[in-house]
Design a protein around this ligand. Structure first.
Ligand code: PEP
Ligand code: MG
Length: 679
């Protein structure tokens, strides 16, 4: 047996993410691995068991490894813990902050900060953060789940065990779909929550405990429920609030399996028979995607932020939302009418008749604008002085293409092909891919479609591509780098795309290009496959999402057919701010002059070489960014489908000449807030 005593330095202890990395590592070894913390002991191959240890930062743990591969296991575990279990940077950052502590907390004020004036708010108003635009007026309704009755009727051990296994498998399928759905909404950190759910569904200890109860003649549902409840209670009782919060994930996952076990098909959330404004502490990813659109006028959460899953999905569903409104909203009872303003983040309680009338007229004005935009959705977006901008769609599959056509898209500016690759245990075959690309091509009826080659790796790992754990996944082997490391995957994808060019106007775009050699390599591969297939030439371009590509745009412009600026990543890399970092959400603004200067460099270089430039990051649909991007000379805006009509409408009221002057001013601003003030 091998032993190791080590201190956990992770700033938030062994919370879900590092614990998951620990557990995944432990599972790679045959040996028995046990972890001791104070009086508690855990099986290192069980996430729940590890979480219930409640290991906080600075605590020592003892690890015992026993088995054939104990030598290798103990070395790997020691290295992984010393390496920060995926949080090396965070550990270093906290260490530096502690050293240089000023004793003063500096709140981050950013693009979403609200109520910046010092005037106190009236008593009947609550200021949250604008989550998704629009105004909703209606009664408060606190989120309620459908209750489940668990019968204790026992059939036979084998029958109960079969039922349990089937329910868990079905639940995994559902979670994988939600995972993919989150990624389709651009919400990788929310997708990561579903990764944790999958891990929980695979938890050996949890399963053993339930099977043990079935052996003692308990029904699968009863055994599952009582085990989940007991584990969740243990987790919820931990001193550490972050760890305790994982109890919600256990309940979420537990409830999912339970519903399948007892055969409840209806909705997971109960709604009254009239439309309401949903109030909750936070909505779980599962809650958010299952909100009944006919019953929910909008929602307001006590916690969360503008980049949290709730807000992202609300925007995708065109549902007005306020997030981070504070605990007070939880004390309001069901029933009273409120006004929810998703543009300003303001919740008005007990509104006066005047306030309601005013909100209604704002709501109607907004609806009228959206209605008018919808009416003209298929018209082109031409500025008052005759400058045309193409408005195209960001999609993830055939359904997205169908919606894009209905919303007036002039093509697809970004097909995120990773969705084809994500929900599965092996890569899609060439035939499967071909069928999807062909159907999208047919749906788009000859309109151009930019197929972005597989953009995974790092933060979006694939189970069938084994890559070493990376300390900085966003700076690691992702995008084109991964495809070059596994060219057979790219080759199959290119074959499928080229074959589908028979059915529509497909273009190929490579993600994360940072160096000209990557372009040459990728292009050569396409040409090689094209020669094999004997298909016609295809337009090829790159995403500009790494600063080096923007800076070298003049060089790239000589080679590529087009550029598309991925402002999500370009902002993250230019400002050195993780795009998923909750504390930096307000600061990580694509309207930062540094990002705008890189876009400007790209546009200038492209136009000089007679090439065109699109913007396919979230910034393209930001109402304050549209005039600036147009003014910089961006030729195409590729946006989420619901935003197409409104972005077109916004372009139609612009004057190109004025937009150019505005863009020029923006380039000489000092900060993103200054740019936003200009607009
Ligand atoms: C981007 O980075 O702006 C982009 C569009 O790509 P993704 O969001 O898929 O990384
Ligand atoms: Mg990107």
């Amino acid at each position: 047996m091998k032993q190791l005593e080590i201190v956990i330095q992770n700033p938030t202890g062994l919370h879900a993410r590092p614990a998951k990395i620990f557990v995944n590592l432990a599972k790679q070894y045959q040996s028995d691995i046990r972890v001791f913390h104070g009086e508690k002991k855990a099986n290192a191959k069980s996430l729940i068991s590890m979480l219930t240890l409640g290991v906080q930062s600075g605590s020592g743990i003892r690890i015992e490894v026993e088995g054939e591969d104990e030598d290798a296991a103990i070395v790997a575990i020691e290295e992984a813990i010393a390496g920060g279990l995926g949080e090396e940077e965070l550990i270093e950052q906290v260490a530096t902050e502690t050293e240089t502590a000023q004793g003063e907390e500096k709140p981050i004020k950013g693009k979403q900060a609200q109520n910046e004036s010092d005037a106190p708010l009236p008593e009947n108003m609550i200021q949250g953060i604008a989550g998704a635009p629009g105004i909703a007026i209606g009664p408060i309704y606190h989120l309620k789940r459908t209750e489940i009755k668990v019968e204790e009727t026992f059939e036979s051990e084998s029958e109960e065990k079969n039922q349990l296994q089937e329910a868990i498998e079905k639940a995994k399928g559902q979670v994988m779909r939600l995972h993919a759905q989150m990624l389709a909404q651009n919400a990788s950190s929310e997708a990561a929550i579903f990764d944790v759910h999958l891990e929980l569904l695979d938890d050996v200890e949890l399963l053993d405990a339930v099977l043990e109860k079935i052996n003692q003649k308990q029904s699968a549902a009863f055994a599952w429920q009582t085990t989940i409840d007991a584990r969740a209670e243990m987790v919820a009782g931990l001193d550490d609030p972050l760890l305790a919060a994982r109890a919600a994930d256990l309940h979420d996952v537990g409830y999912r399996v339970l519903r399948i076990l007892v055969g409840v098909d209806g909705p997971a959330i109960r709604f009254p028979d009239h439309p309401v404004i949903v109030v909750a502490d936070d909505l779980s990813p599962s809650d958010t995607v299952s909100l009944d659109r006919d019953k929910v006028l909008g929602f307001c959460t006590a916690s969360g932020g503008p980049t949290a899953h709730t807000a992202i999905i609300a925007r995708a569903l065109s549902l007005p939302a306020i997030v981070s409104a504070g605990e007070r909203i939880l004390t309001l009872g069901d029933g009273p009418t409120v006004i929810l303003n998703g543009d300003t983040g303001l919740l008005t309680l007990d509104p006066t008749e005047d306030e309601i009338a005013q909100a209604k007229s704002l709501q109607q004005a907004g609806q009228k604008l959206r209605h008018e935009a919808q009416q003209k959705a298929t018209d082109p977006a031409v500025t008052v002085d005759g400058h045309r901008v193409e408005i195209v769609a960001n999609i993830g599959g055939v359904a997205g293409a169908q919606d894009a056509m209905k919303s007036g898209a002039e093509g697809v500016g970004l097909l995120r092909t990773e969705f084809l690759f994500l929900e599965r245990i092996s890569p899609p075959t060439e035939e499967e891919q071909f069928a999807v690309y062909r159907d999208i091509a047919k749906t788009m009826q000859g309109l151009p479609i930019i197929v972005r080659t597989l953009d995974v790796g790092g933060d979006k790992p694939l189970p069938y591509i084994k890559m070493p754990e990376e300390a900085n996944p966003f700076l690691g082997v992702r995008g084109i780098r991964l495809c070059m490391a596994r060219p057979e995957i790219l080759r199959e994808q290119i074959r499928a795309v080229l074959r589908a060019t028979k059915y529509g106007k497909l273009r190929i775009m490579f993600p994360m290009v940072s160096d000209l050699s990557e372009w040459h390599e990728a292009r050569a591969l396409v040409e090689e496959v094209r020669a094999e297939l004997g298909t016609d030439p295809v337009e090829m371009g790159i995403m500009i999402e790494v600063p080096s590509a923007a800076v070298m745009a003049d060089v790239f412009a000589e080679h590529v057919d087009f550029f598309s600026v991925g402002t999500n990543d370009l902002t993250q890399y230019t400002l050195a701010m993780d795009r998923m970092h909750p504390q930096l959400a307000g600061k990580s603004d694509g309207l930062h002059p540094a990002v705008l200067r890189l876009i400007n460099t790209t546009v200038q270089a492209a136009h000089k070489a007679g090439k065109w430039v699109g913007v396919c990051g979230e910034l393209g649909a930001d109402p304050e960014a549209v005039p600036i991007l147009v003014g910089l000379g961006v030729d195409e805006l590729s946006v989420t489908v619901p935003a197409i009509p409104t972005v077109k409408a916004q372009v139609r009221v612009l004057k190109y000449e004025e937009a150019q002057i505005l863009a020029k001013k923006a380039l000489s601003c000092g900060t993103a807030s200054e740019v936003r003030e200009l607009v």
